[in-house]
Ligand binder design. Structure first.
Ligand code: PLP
Length: 397
């Protein structure tokens, strides 16, 4: 067997380690189980009045109740969508449809599903203010207040950032929006199913969620639209989802999402404790073993599963390739920018030293992450990071 063949062979024997749960998560076994009947007997169209449709419509109603319970909403405030991108796009395009020339406020660290939709709206004639963040990637409520104009129609700020895990003070921002009669949307894709969340406490008008970030399948998500908020539909047709989102429902996905919401509610406290302990162990181990490492994101206001860490003087992509050979899946930025060696837009917005932002790696832990995985990372990564630092022309060693 030649060297490449041998590498492939040893790789296939090695246990793979998946630490990219902010990109996507594996299906929970209970979620898969809940979806199976919809690939068999439960095939009816929920809009049909006969037995085949009625049972499926009933199951959709149950899933809607589970989603509502997870975020403290009423079931009629939940609209199923194809995921985070559609929900985010819909919040922005739907809110501004009847308000030509109005003003939007967003932040510099939003996911492209929000950021690009806001830019599209600017191209279409709306005004846009992108508010800066601090060095932790957090949006200041006062900066939002300062950006408000007479014609501000929408404020959209994410709840938790996908690259750093930093959590924003959404309640304080929505209080400002409420005082001024402005619609408030939050992209909660990285928070729903991971942290306890109550839309009444957050006092937002629209909140977006995506199933595949919390162990439901890809291609299903939901939008919370507060009772009384008028959001124009993006997709029109047969009046499904009470006319808010037409198209025959993704019944298999909805069944999976409903179960994932139940499982998340049940398992959240234990996950917070266990995954946080593993994340903290990884963080401490890497910081202790490799000099000149920086954690990117808020020290405390950060989702418990996320560690974005910079090894100064290192190209993150080079380290990522070595980890890939070891069977460890992580990311250097958002999944959408994987492969690009440009420092991430988010880390740039946090004004990180480029010698740090190029060496940033995002670890995101979740279902199935074990103590063993973390220990293997701590044995494997530091010697390589140290070697790369020694080889760097910038390190001065
Ligand atoms: N918003 C955030 C914060 C995300 O992390 C993602 C996915 O990475 C999205 C929106 C888009 O969600 P989806 O992949 O379901 O379209």
């Amino acid at each position: 067997m030649n060297a490449i063949g041998l590498l492939g062979y040893t790789n296939s024997l090695m246990k793979k380690i998946y630490l990219d749960h902010n990109a996507t998560t594996p299906l929970h076994p209970e979620v898969r189980e809940a979806m199976l009947p919809f690939m068999g007997d439960l095939f009816g169209n929920p809009s049909s009045g006969h037995w085949a449709g009625r049972e499926v419509a009933h199951r959709i109603a149950e899933a809607r109740e589970s989603a509502a319970r997870l975020i403290g909403a009423d079931p009629e405030e939940i609209v199923f969508t194809s995921g985070g991108t559609e929900s985010d796009n819909w919040a922005i395009l739907g809110a501004l449809r009847d308000r030509p020339g109005s003003h939007i406020i967003t932040s510099s660290v939003e996911h492209p599903a929000v950021f690009n939709a806001c830019q599209e709206m600017e191209t279409a004639g709306h005004e846009l203010t992108v508010v800066d963040v601090d060095r932790y990637g957090q949006v200041s409520p006062e900066a939002i207040r300062g950006a408000i104009r007479e014609n501000t129609a929408l404020i959209t700020v994410m709840l938790a950032n996908n690259e750093t895990g930093t959590i924003n003070p959404i309640r304080e921002i929505s209080t400002i929006a409420r005082e001024r009669g402005i619609l408030m949307h939050t992209d909660a894709v990285q928070a729903v199913g991971k942290v306890p969340l109550d839309v009444r406490e957050l006092d937002v008008d629209i909140l977006s969620a995506s199933g595949h970030k919390f162990n439901a399948p890809k291609g299903i998500g939901f939008q919370y639209v507060r009772n009384g908020v008028e959001l124009k539909p993006l997709i029109v047709g047969g009046h499904q989802e009470r006319g808010m989102r037409s198209g025959t429902e993704n019944v298999i996905g909805i069944a999976g999402l409903g179960k994932a919401c139940e499982v998340a509610m049940r398992d959240m406290p234990g996950k917070d404790r266990d995954i946080r302990a593993l994340r903290d162990k990884l963080e401490k181990g890497l910081r202790d073993a490799v000099p000149e490492t920086e954690v990117n994101g808020h020290p405390t206001e950060r989702i418990y599963n996320t560690l974005n860490i910079s090894f100064k003087y290192i190209e993150g992509e080079a380290l990522l390739s070595m980890m890939e050979l070891e069977g460890i899946a992580v990311s250097t930025g958002s999944a959408c920018s994987a492969g690009s060696t440009e420092p991430s837009r988010i880390l740039k917005a946090m004004k990180l030293d480029p010698l740090c932002s190029r060496g940033a790696i995002r670890f995101s832990l979740g279902l199935g992450t074990t103590e063993d995985d973390i220990e293997r990372c701590l044995r494997f990564i530091p010697p390589i990071a140290l070697r790369f630092q020694e080889m760097s022309p910038f390190s001065g060693k």
